[in-house]
Design a protein around this ligand. Structure first.
Ligand code: ZN
Ligand code: ZN
Length: 250
């Protein structure tokens, strides 16, 4: 939209300055912590002189805020691309592992402590919703920007913006949706011989491949751990034998 890109101030859209000069409030103070002048102010000397700092026009400030929200939207879009857009292919097997995970949690075999993500399908729904919310949020900002409604933009960024950012924080550590991610989130469910006919009937050939691949990996991992435990045990026995022969002077 051209109107948004331009840095020229449209005086018709500026509210009259609250200093009483009746001039358009075309500048914005970006130093609220240290400055005692009005947030939006005019060029009248007595009003503008309150601000002993660089001048920012309303148009440039609106553009800066728009960039901030657009950049955030871009981050959410990247996350969506890594997970939501790849979900369809994995959906049946994720639903299957989630169901198993749910049982394990109910039986107390998995505790929620220290685990950031328990159910990948719920996380993906969350990201999908966040992405739609953020699209609508940017649209609202752009509409308000056309009206030079700085106050409402700031209000929105303070409320919705903060809310969406903290939502993003929760899910931003998720990596690309692939077999490795399933392993990270569902190690116990993968290791179990859990069966669920209804959910398994939905598996595609790809899902079966993933299922067997993850199962193999998990068995190998367990064997390696057993090998390591045996090796540890053997070296302990050897140590005891060595000590014994020392003591016996052998
Ligand atoms: Zn003024
Ligand atoms: Zn100021």
């Amino acid at each position: 939209m051209n109107t948004i890109q331009t840095n020229r101030v449209d005086f018709d859209k500026c509210p009259p300055c609250q200093c009483g000069s009746n001039l358009p409030a075309q500048f914005v103070c970006r130093f609220r912590d240290s400055c005692s002048g009005l947030l939006m102010y005019c060029e009248d000397d007595s009003c503008a002189d309150q601000h002993e700092h660089r001048i920012f026009t309303i148009a440039s400030v609106l553009q800066l805020l728009n960039k901030k929200v657009s950049d955030f939207k871009e981050l959410v879009k990247i996350l969506k691309g890594k997970l939501v857009d790849k979900y369809q292919k994995y959906e049946p097997i994720i639903k299957f592992y989630s169901e198993c995970q749910k049982n394990l949690i109910e039986e107390g075999q998995i505790t929620k402590d220290g685990r950031k993500h328990l159910y990948l399908d719920k996380r993906i729904d969350q990201i999908d919703k966040l992405s739609k919310d953020v699209d609508a949020y940017l649209e609202s900002i752009e509409l308000l920007q056309l009206e030079y409604n700085l106050m409402e933009i700031m209000e929105l960024m303070e409320t919705k913006g903060k809310e969406y950012e903290s939502e993003y924080e929760q899910v931003s550590t998720l990596s690309d949706l692939n077999d490795k991610l399933l392993q990270e989130i569902y190690p116990e469910a993968i290791a179990l011989d859990y069966e669920n006919e209804d959910l398994m009937n939905e598996f595609t050939q790809d899902n079966w491949n993933t299922f067997h691949k993850l199962k193999n990996y998990s068995i190998k991992k367990e064997l390696n751990q057993k090998d390591k435990r045996i090796a540890d045990l053997e070296s302990k026995v050897q140590m005891i034998l060595n000590k014994l022969s020392e003591q016996l002077g052998l």
